[in-house]
Write a protein of this length. Structure first.
Length: 94
C-alpha cells in the first residue's frame, strides 16, 4: 500500500489539455525506476461546440520495474479507474 508519493509535474499544457507527472519520492521509487502518469482531455463536441457533448479523459501510466520480481501496479490502475468512475457519476448527477 502506498502511503506517500511526491510527484513532479513534467508537462502542463492548457492548449492541448494534457498534464503529466512523475513520482520522485515515496514507496513507489523503491519498486519502479520510472513511474509517470499522463492525463489528456479530448472534447467530444468538435470544433463548432467543443464543450457541448463533454469530453473523454485518457489516463496512461508508464513505468519501469526496479526488478522482475516487482508486480505490475494493478492496484494503482484499479484505484484510478474507480476514482474516475466515481467522479464521472458525481458530475453527471450535479
Amino acid at each position: 500500500m502506498v502511503t506517500f508519493a511526491k510527484e513532479k509535474v513534467e508537462v502542463a499544457d492548457d492548449e492541448k489539455k494534457v498534464v503529466s507527472y512523475s513520482v520522485v519520492d515515496g514507496e513507489l521509487v523503491s519498486f519502479y525506476k520510472n513511474f509517470r502518469v499522463t492525463l489528456q482531455v479530448t472534447p467530444t463536441g468538435g470544433a463548432a461546440a467543443p464543450a457541448a457533448d463533454g469530453a473523454v479523459v485518457s489516463w496512461t501510466m508508464d513505468f519501469d520495474k526496479a526488478s522482475e520480481e516487482v508486480p505490475d501496479p494493478d492496484v494503482i490502475k484499479e484505484t484510478a479507474a474507480k476514482t474516475f468512475h466515481d467522479l464521472d457519476d458525481y458530475l453527471l448527477k450535479n
